[in-house]
Design a binder for this molecule. Structure first.
Ligand code: BG6
Length: 494
């Protein structure tokens, strides 16, 4: 489905996100015929740039990061002429008035019907002033739709998120605000819903009668790279927990939506977030949440520095680069089923995986042996491998009664010709079509913060109570103990 004609404003057009993700995504949409011919992109940032220089930046970004590259000069020129640049100071309304004139000229040139999508790839502190100046500068006065797409983090805690939401609310209505959580744009995250609700096989077992526990792992091999300044202030719980992990958890735990509409799906997700058991005090947090920070270590024979030695990180920092938690969803379906979640920088593998561990069979009598049967596992592989596999018990081939775990696998990323669209492609396309299904609604964000704030408050009581783990390992041993206490262990991830 083609998105209707619109102008896309990329605020932060000289930044990393625009270069790595947004320009390549727009090019992919164009190449796949998902963008209307009547589209334009205006890059907005403080730095001066001519349109030509900007188009060169876009070209380089696509050649370096795109799923599609450009190899035909004539076709490239045709695409690139839809790109213009505007240098402005976002605190100064005069620049926005100039932007308005430039926009009207572009809309006329490409016969664009006045639809405007504002993508803020900026620090969240700036969201409020940009929104106000968009209005003050007259950018919202025309006919056509206006949509605001914003990147995380949406606030630092519930209070600051409420303030931010209020600021945006002065200018945009909730249904005009598209809050990005790029995990929701991932192929396999969206597939969780399909797998669950279109297979009797899974859905009939998807509850506390058959599931022993759920394990969600978001592992990263990278450290904080050049983002030390941001990360040291945020930490793993805010950077990955409040958003990506809780969103994945909602997709696993939610009830089937009553209709295939954005609001129905988001209603179900918010119900899960509201059912999360909030930790009452520091003792409960200590018993159920582990935080860790990497120290110097090794991976694949390479020496890696400790977190406190990283650029722009406080040498005495207590910021967590890892956390693991045992979380409960207090509702009818999930009562008694622990959800174990974990994420960290400098872990041994880059992976996003969900493991559903089913309850054990009562015993293995008919083969006349005392096998300790392994539980069935359903593994959903989100990234970088995409697919699902199921671990079941079967007779070991050739043996009389030995039992072995075998895998039934659907490996999507192994299929020839499948090159899944990047999360940002889907999300930009969805926002341009007005489909907010895979964007987070305000009440989801607020519920997620309410849960996370409890953990953060407890951590603040004992700021230095952070375990360490060598870079290149699976985090502090306490993360294993969380499961061992319940008689479980983390299943190895691939
Ligand atoms: C971002 C975090 O939201 O997600 C980063 O800020 C993290 O710290 C990234 O590296 C991981 O995303 P992905 O898609 O590579 O798993």
């Amino acid at each position: 489905l083609k998105a209707p004609g619109a102008v896309f404003f990329i605020f932060g057009a000289t930044g990393d996100l625009a270069r790595r993700k947004l320009f390549p995504a727009i090019f992919s949409l164009y190449r796949e015929g998902k963008l209307a011919e009547d589209f334009a992109v205006v890059g907005v940032a403080r730095r001066p740039r001519t349109n030509e220089e900007f188009r060169d930046d876009v070209f380089r970004s696509i050649q370096e990061f795109g799923r599609y590259k450009s190899s035909d000069q004539e076709k490239w020129n045709k695409f690139a002429e839809h790109f213009e640049y505007k240098s402005l100071d976002i605190n100064n309304v005069a620049g926005f008035q100039e932007l308005k004139e430039q926009t009207e000229a572009i809309e006329q040139k490409f016969s664009i019907p006045g639809n405007r999508l504002f993508y803020l790839a900026l620090a969240p502190e700036l969201f409020g002033s940009v929104s106000l100046n968009l209005r003050e500068g007259g950018m919202l006065d025309n006919e056509g739709w206006h949509r605001l797409v914003i990147e995380k983090p949406f606030g630092y805690d519930l209070k600051s998120a409420e303030k931010l939401n209020e600021e945006l609310g002065h200018v945009f209505k909730e249904d005009e605000i598209y809050r990005i959580d790029h995990y929701l744009g991932k192929e396999m995250v969206q597939n969780i819903e399909t797998i669950r609700f279109s297979n009797l096989f899974f859905e009939s077992l998807w509850n506390n009668k058959y599931i022993a526990n759920v394990q969600i792992t978001l592992g990263e091999t990278v450290g904080v790279e050049e983002r030390g300044g941001y990360y040291d202030h945020a930490g793993a719980l805010r950077d990955m927990g409040q958003n990506h992990i809780l969103q994945l958890l909602t997709m696993i735990a939610m009830e089937p939506p009553s209709r295939p509409l954005a609001e129905d799906l988001r209603d179900e997700k918010v119900k899960v977030l509201r059912s999360l058991h909030h930790f009452a005090d520091a003792a409960e947090v200590k018993a159920n949440v582990v935080r860790g920070q990497y120290t110097a270590g090794q991976s694949k024979g390479k020496d890696l520095p400790g977190y406190r030695e990283e650029d722009k990180v406080d040498p005495d920092s207590n910021t967590e680069t890892f956390f693991a938690a045992r979380v409960s969803v207090d509702n009818f379906r999930w009562a008694g089923v622990p959800f174990y979640i974990r994420t960290g920088k400098r872990l041994p593998v880059k992976t996003t995986e969900v493991v559903i561990e089913f309850k054990k069979m009562p015993g293995n009598i008919y083969l006349g042996q005392k096998h300790d049967l392994q539980p069935n596992l359903l593994v959903i592989r989100v990234n970088p491998m995409e697919g699902i596999y199921f671990k079941i018990n079967a007779k070991k081939p050739g043996s009389e009664s030995e039992i072995a775990q075998v895998a039934m696998e659907f490996c999507q990323s192994c299929l020839v010709g499948i090159n899944s669209p990047e999360a940002y492609e889907r999300l930009i396309h969805d926002a341009a079509k007005g489909d907010s299904t895979y964007f987070t609604r305000w009440d989801e964000v607020a519920s997620a913060w309410a849960f996370v704030d409890k953990i953060d408050a407890a951590w603040k009581e004992n700021p230095s109570d952070v375990s360490s783990y060598p870079a290149g390992s699976w985090g502090p041993k306490e993360a294993d103990e969380l499961l061992a206490r319940d008689g479980f262990h983390w299943w190895p991830v691939n």
